[in-house]
Design a protein around this ligand. Sequence first.
Ligand SMILES: Nc1nc2c([nH]c(=O)n2[C@H]2C[C@H](O)[C@@H](COP(=O)(O)OP(=O)(O)OP(=O)(O)O)O2)c(=O)[nH]1
Ligand SMILES: [Mg+2]
Length: 147
Amino acid sequence: MSQLCPDVPGRPTGPVDVLLVAAVIMIDIDGRILLARRPEGKSMAGLWEFPGGKVEKGETPERALIRELNEELNIDVTEACLAPFVFASHTYEDFHLMMPMFLCRRWDGILTPREGQTLKWVKIQDLGTYPMPPADAPLLAMIRDFL
Ligand SMILES: Nc1nc2c([nH]c(=O)n2[C@H]2C[C@H](O)[C@@H](COP(=O)(O)OP(=O)(O)OP(=O)(O)O)O2)c(=O)[nH]1
Ligand SMILES: [Mg+2]
C-alpha cells in the first residue's frame, strides 16, 4: 500500500494553519461555468478561480458563500440551491487550503463584478485553458467527469 501511495514530497509534517474557503461552481443554462479573474493586489492575482471566499468565524460554508456571492457578484443565492459537490485540500507555502465546492444553477439578480474581478462563462472542455490556483487542478477532472 505504501508503495502505491507514497508520501507527497515537500508536505509539512509539523503544525499547519488550515484555511477554510467556500467556493462555487456556477452553471448557466448552456452548461457553462463561471470563472472570476483575481484582481491586482490580491494573492494569486491574475489567476482564474471559482467565486467564493474565506469562511468567517461562526459561519457555515453555505452562509459564507451566500455572503460572498452577494459581496463579490451582487447576486442572491439560497442554501437550497447550493449542492455539496467536491472539495480541494491543498498545502500552500504558508497555509493549508480546505475548500468545499458547491454546485449552483439558480440565483437571483444580475451578475455584476463588484471587486474589480473579470468574469467569464467558460465551456467545461475549455476550463483547462485558464490558469488557475494550484489547488484547483484536481477539481477540473472531477468537473469534466461528473458534470
Ligand atoms: N474563491 C476561491 N479561492 C481559491 C480558489 N483556489 C484557491 O486556491 N483559492 C484560495 C485563494 C485564497 O488564498 C483563498 C481565498 O481567499 P480570498 O482572498 O479570495 O478570500 P475572500 O474572498 O474572503 O477575500 P478577502 O476578503 O480576504 O480579500 O483561497 C478558488 O477556486 N476560488
Ligand atoms: Mg474571494
